[in-house]
Design a protein. Structure first.
Lengths: 194, 170
């Protein structure tokens, strides 16, 4: 978190984390397409030719002034593929809240778990832990046939009982609820830390 | 000292007071005048833009800061691979019309200087080095007022923020 007292700005960094192709970039694209252009900055994507995120996506959103203060949210995604481990680590630098975008398809469960462990590991290096850090889970791709039941996903991934949301990010279902929840979580966390 | 609070859970909170912000902006202005740089940005290593000077109207400086921070992060990994223990202190990108000079300011901040190729690198180097000394001093100065993020984020704030988010996400 970065606070500029002179400008009364509060800047928070939120990172979308998850396995490859789970829909992290899609979340940001939907938010970008729906928000009023005065509130959302440019969406920058560092993608490969095949449309896979190579480093990160970035977008800044604002909600106007609140009690004279100007909160700004910097949203980042990480590349999901396993071999971009070091990019994932560096993007977490100074992170305030995390959205874990899980793929609901059974054959991606192993990738979900592996990425969650990778996240825990990266957070640990900064002295954080999944147990105490503000984060939420989004179970994405709920519209696909043969997806795992919500109960099964909760059991396998949500072992800290963090807020969770079902989503169909391509259609926007669940996208804003997820974002709102993580922002609330971050603000509540900051208050509890003081 | 710029208030860098370590919260209970290990997360970092940076608070910049008014005097520091003015000092930083003044230093950037002076650097801009001396070097004739097109744009100068001061940001933190998480990618957060703090202050900017020069002709930045047509430049998306928010994104530029995020990219510059990742540039440092990526090259820090590169440094490790080639057996360099510390991060690289400065990065230089040479273009046909414009160059970009990036230099770290302490552990947590960095400076981005965008300048025309007509300006010599030596000049940028000398004045940037001086500016960094000035910036380090400002960042280390004892904060006269004890700023508390409690005054910034109270419970009222959360409720109002929730409403504002609902409004924006309609």
């Amino acid at each position: 978190m970065f606070i500029n007292w002179a400008l009364q700005e509060i800047n928070l960094k939120i990172v979308y984390y998850g396995p490859g192709m789970s829909g992290k970039t899609t979340n940001l694209e939907y938010i970008h397409s729906k928000l009023d252009p005065s509130l959302a900055g440019e969406l920058v994507s560092l993608k490969t030719k095949e449309d896979r995120t190579i480093f990160f996506d970035f977008m800044q959103i604002e909600v106007g002034r609140i009690k004279g203060k100007k909160p700004k949210f910097n949203l980042y995604t990480v590349p999901g593929q396993v071999y971009y481990a070091s990019s994932r680590k560096v993007i977490l630098n100074g992170v305030d809240g995390i959205v874990f975008v899980a793929d609901s398809q059974p054959h991606r469960m192993e990738a979900n778990i592996e990425t969650l462990l990778d996240l825990e590991n990266n957070l640990k290096q900064d002295g954080h832990s999944l147990e105490k850090f503000p984060w939420v889970i989004q179970f994405n791709k709920r519209d696909l046939p043969g997806v795992d039941s919500l109960e099964s996903l909760q059991k396998k991934l949500n072992f800290f009982d963090v807020p969770s949301f079902e989503a169909i990010a391509v259609k926007g279902d669940g996208v804003f609820n997820t974002l709102k929840s993580v922002i609330n979580g971050v603000v509540a966390h900051v208050q509890s830390q003081l | 000292m710029v208030q860098t609070k370590k919260l209970k859970d290990g997360s970092r909170q940076i608070i910049l007071n008014g005097t520091q912000y003015e000092g930083i902006t003044k230093t950037l202005s002076e650097l801009a005048v001396k070097t004739k740089a097109s744009a100068i940005l001061f940001a933190d290593m998480s990618g957060q833009l703090i202050s900017q000077r020069g002709n930045t109207e047509d430049m998306n400086t928010t994104v530029l800061s995020a990219l510059a921070a990742s540039d440092f992060a990526a090259t820090a990994e590169m440094a490790k691979l080639v057996g360099e223990d510390a991060k690289f202190k400065l990065l230089f990108h040479e273009g046909e019309k414009r160059n970009v000079y990036l230099s770290n300011v302490g552990e947590n901040f960095f400076l981005v200087v965008v300048f025309d190729v007509s300006v010599t690198l030596g000049l940028i180097r000398i004045y940037t080095k001086k500016a960094i000394q000035g910036l380090n001093q400002i960042l280390e100065e004892e904060a006269s007022d004890d700023l508390d993020s409690r005054d910034m984020i109270d419970s009222d704030f959360s409720t109002l923020l929730g409403d504002a988010l609902d409004e924006s996400f309609k």
